[in-house]
Design a protein around this ligand. Structure first.
Ligand code: F6P
Length: 547
């Protein structure tokens, strides 16, 4: 889509869609006993089964051709070579350097960034080890029991998601909490359970100007100063930012400021010092393993032919459904309770990256771009929204995620979990025909009239697509590989859609307007000049806000 008109690019896909619409996946599986072998691949220890998709070899060939025509491989090289592919911010996109395990230089703007990257990692290691082993102590000389990370968006979602995912590696005596929302309820409800004398705050903000984060940071500082004294701030605060000067101005000790760089996008920053709360919660060795897992997926992405390349395959299937079929949402359904925040994390990664409607050249795109990404862990979702996935009028391509080995020895829980995830993808693919429903109802002893009435409600259309990602166990390495897999998927889709996946101008207008509205909701300025809806709402607020 990067090259050629919309018709040139989409016509072959549309032709394939029309052709393959005549046959269901159920029929394709019946005709080809090797379909699983044909349409599955592994990378960094993760199995991707993509056989339950509306594809055949010709479709996949057309999609790989599309990736080549769009210049995915060339763009991948440009990214690795530190070119400023984030053109609207004139920045390189180098988050892969943060987890690079090799010994070659990685150059951005003529400078090898690896010594700085490894320097910050060493500082994270020393600090997290010190807090964990008690050699770094509170103002009053005690050990820390609670860590509160204050950040939002990419400075929150990644560490939250990873900390939850790696719960088996955490320690009960050092708990990580996350405050993000400017809603005072968030910080209030977290701090009310904590002892200020034993609490460590990390202020995480790439820019160190984000209003929510700075507001929460000042409230946290006041809470600490009121309880323990202003002089406790240096021992109880650390910061993670690219804006070192602003951190120092906030009063953070120089050796407690962990830097990163403008070539790391917020939503790609969990591998940087933004991962500090993770290192504190699960130990530096596990954080390092998380980085190694991501690097393993990077190698897979960079070195594997497109045809066996997991991120490329997943990206192309997404394009297939978005552009040839018009499906507008994509569900991520981890059958792994500890991945409960993985869909939320991917919402930022995917929707902030590819939720764009202007091409790299500044023209309006003539095709659909990023889908709405959503999801919840199974089996819970089965008892909530799966009804719509199975029988609703929209087709929702799904990713199922499942580990082969649980961390707990609690039979039969995991076998049941696996049976459920496999049942869902099978049910979506097979569906249940009217004839099958009628047979089933007859066998249950229902009469003709009852069957006629009930049967249409019990039919499942089937032919609904899904991927299954199977991994050995949710270890730090596996988690790193999974996150990197989706990052690269988003990259490939961005190249095909010809958008800049690395800026986020769409979040700016709301920030600007909130700034302008603040004095009005504080009653210090008139709301006159705003539209009548906004004026009316400000009026309601002022009348009801109380003293
Ligand atoms: O509002 C969007 C955004 O800029 C995200 O891209 C970013 O992850 C988040 O805000 C937080 O930004 P910062 O780390 O600079 O506080």
């Amino acid at each position: 889509m990067a090259k050629g008109s919309r018709d040139e690019v989409l016509n072959p896909l549309t032709k394939h869609r029309k052709r393959i619409s005549d046959i269901t996946m159920r029929e394709m599986f019946a005709l080809d006993p090797n379909r699983f072998q044909r349409f599955s691949a592994t990378g960094a220890g993760i199995l991707l089964d993509y056989s339950k998709n509306r594809i055949d070899e010709d479709v996949m060939e057309a999609l790989f051709e599309l990736a080549r025509a769009a210049g995915v491989e060339e763009r991948r090289t440009q990214m690795c070579e530190g070119e400023h592919i984030n053109i609207t911010e004139d920045r390189a996109v180098m988050h892969m350097a943060l987890r690079y395990q090799g010994d070659k230089p990685v150059t951005v703007d003529g400078k090898d960034v690896m010594p700085d990257v490894r320097g910050v990692l060493a500082a994270i290691e020393a600090y997290s080890n010190g807090v964990r082993d008690g050699s770094i102590r509170t103002h009053t000389g005690e050990t820390f029991t609670d860590i509160v990370n204050i950040g939002i968006g990419g400075s929150d979602l990644g560490p939250v998601m990873v900390t939850l995912a790696l719960e088996p590696y955490t320690r009960p005596d050092l708990r990580a909490h996350y405050v993000s929302n400017v809603d005072g309820a968030h910080i209030h409800d977290i701090l009310k359970r904590l002892d200020p004398k034993r609490t460590l705050f990390i202020v995480a903000s790439k820019t160190f100007t984000t209003d929510e984060t700075m507001t929460n940071a000042h409230s946290a500082r006041k809470w600490l100063a009121d309880a323990v004294g202003e002089e406790a701030v240096p021992s109880h605060f650390a910061a993670v930012s690219t804006n070192i000067a602003a951190c120092a101005q906030f009063g953070i000790r120089e050796d407690r400021i962990f830097g990163f760089w403008d070539w790391v996008g917020g939503r790609y920053s969990v591998w940087s010092a933004i991962g500090l709360p993770v290192a504190l919660a699960v130990g530096y060795d596990n954080f390092a393993a998380f980085l190694r897992g991501a690097d393993a997926m990077d190698r897979h992405f960079l070195e594997t032919p497109l045809e066996n390349n997991l991120p490329v395959i997943m990206a192309l299937l997404g394009v297939w459904y978005r552009n040839a079929w018009g499906f507008s949402t994509h569900a991520v359904l981890p059958y792994d309770q500890r991945l409960s925040r993985f869909p939320a994390y991917l919402q930022q990664q995917d929707m902030e990256s590819n939720g764009k409607s202007v091409t790299l050249g500044g023209k309006k795109v003539e095709w659909s771009t990023g889908p709405i990404v959503w999801g919840e862990p199974g089996t819970n979702g089965q008892h909530a929204f799966y009804q719509l996935i199975h029988q609703g009028t929209d087709v929702i391509p799904c990713d199922f995620l499942i580990a082969a080995r649980p961390h707990e020895n609690l039979p039969p829980h995991h076998d049941k979990l696996v049976a459920n995830v496999l049942a869902q993808s099978e049910a979506l693919m097979l569906g249940k025909t009217k004839a099958e429903v009628v047979e089933e109802l007859k066998a249950q002893g229902l009469g003709k009239d009852a069957i006629k009435e009930l049967a249409p409600h019990k039919v499942f259309p089937g032919n609904r697509p899904s991927n299954t990602l199977f991994y050995p166990q949710l270890t730090p390495e596996t988690l790193g590989s999974l996150v990197a897999l989706y990052e690269h998927k988003v990259f490939v889709q961005g190249v095909i859609w010809n958008v800049n996946s690395y800026d986020q101008w769409g979040v700016e207008l709301g920030k600007q307007l909130a700034k302008a509205l603040l004095p009005k909701v504080q009653g210090e300025a008139s709301a006159e000049g705003h539209d009548s809806s906004t004026q009316g709402l400000v009026g309601y607020y002022l009348a009801n806000k109380g003293p």
